[in-house]
Design a protein around this ligand. Structure first.
Ligand code: NCD
Length: 335
């Protein structure tokens, strides 16, 4: 896989070597993310960071990742603040914004809109989430986290046993993650959701055709047994045509310490793309001190993986360390 100048629109662009290349570069970004060292390798470069749906961590971590490489960030955070409300097409927006940027991250509410935008863009575009379709950078940071968590337990990603819990129908993070895990060998997927919110058929087909095992269940307690990873998701309320329908699923699956202790194998990793919904409580706050709760390791890893993507797309991965220096400010509480 050659990353230079490419768009990142779907995880289906990746093969296993490509994923491992991203991870190898991400590993080398750690001293910069931990503020042990500073690099200015993207000095002068501009990121157009356009988020037309709500976002905290994806937007800020893409921006911070770019800053950590020495580049500058221009955020557009609301449709209301963009000329799309004046009836401008995605084509025109892409032509214009790409004249002001070296790379663009776009989050948009409509499936495949980012593909349409990328066709008109003159610079690389990264999909920051397109409706219920995909969220490639989230899947990469999730898989990076899985790889690290499993390595710490003396295992790899091949033959992984993972439970995907919650809204598997509208959850773009699980769509991308299940696809990416499909690149590994004989993964066992436990798909735990209400029957109406199952993983779409074409995603299940892809996994089965690639030789993976799928177990479908609508019971949290039995579903999370015999797995190494429990990956919980939020009900994607904003995607339901009728909000009252989303309400029916709120709080249906609540993973807490008591259920974890009773049903999970020791050291089962708990993940969530975040935000977790405090009221629905899909991952209870009583798990916050459980060392197997990896949700904030996921968000920290988001910086490393997004730095790696920028470094690869803009072809500076081999130069990052050249212009580096030690930091000269207090940075003691990180890591
Ligand atoms: C996810 C998303 O936006 O798809 N959030 C994120 O980017 N970390 C998941 C979600 O919103 O539930």
């Amino acid at each position: 896989m050659d990353f230079k100048g490419q768009h990142i629109l779907s995880v289906s662009q990746f093969d296993r070597a490509g994923v491992e290349r991203v991870f190898a570069v991400a590993d080398r970004m750690r001293p910069y993310a931990l503020r042990r060292r500073v690099t200015r390798v993207l000095e002068g470069a501009i990121l157009g960071n356009m988020f037309l749906e709500p976002s905290t961590r994806t937007r800020v971590s893409f921006g911070s990742a770019f800053n950590l490489l020495g580049g500058e960030v221009r955020d557009t955070t609301e449709v209301r603040a963009s000329s799309l409300v004046k009836g401008e097409s995605l084509y025109d927006t892409a032509r214009v914004l790409s004249g002001y940027s070296d790379v663009i991250v776009l989050r948009h509410w409509q499936e495949y809109s980012v593909h349409e935008f990328a066709e008109a863009s003159r610079v690389p575009v990264i999909n920051g989430g397109d409706g219920a379709n995909e969220h490639p950078s989230q899947a990469l940071l999730d898989l990076y986290t899985i790889r690290n968590e499993m390595a710490a337990r003396g295992a790899g990603v091949d033959e992984l046993r993972i439970a995907l819990v919650g809204d598997l129908k509208f959850g773009r993070a699980v769509h991308s993650l299940s696809r990416l895990l499909g690149l590994y060998k004989r993964v066992q997927f436990k798909l735990i959701s209400p029957p109406e919110l199952q993983l779409p058929e074409h995603h299940r087909r892809e996994l089965l055709d690639a030789g993976h095992e799928i177990v479908v269940s609508d019971r949290l307690e039995s579903g999370i047994q015999d797995t190494s990873i429990v990956y919980v998701t939020r009900v994607q309320e904003e995607r339901f045509p009728d909000p009252a329908e989303a309400e029916r699923y709120r709080g249906l699956f609540r993973l807490n310490q008591a259920i974890y202790t009773e049903h999970c194998e020791p050291n089962t990793v708990i993940m969530h793309p975040l935000p977790r919904n405090e009221q629905a409580g899909e991952v209870s706050t009583d798990l916050n001190d459980n060392p197997n709760l990896a949700i904030f390791r996921q968000t920290d890893n988001g910086i490393l993986v997004r730095m790696a993507l920028f470094a690869l797309l803009l072809d500076v991965a081999e130069q990052v360390d050249e212009a580096a220096r030690e930091v000269n400010w207090y940075s003691g509480r990180r890591g």
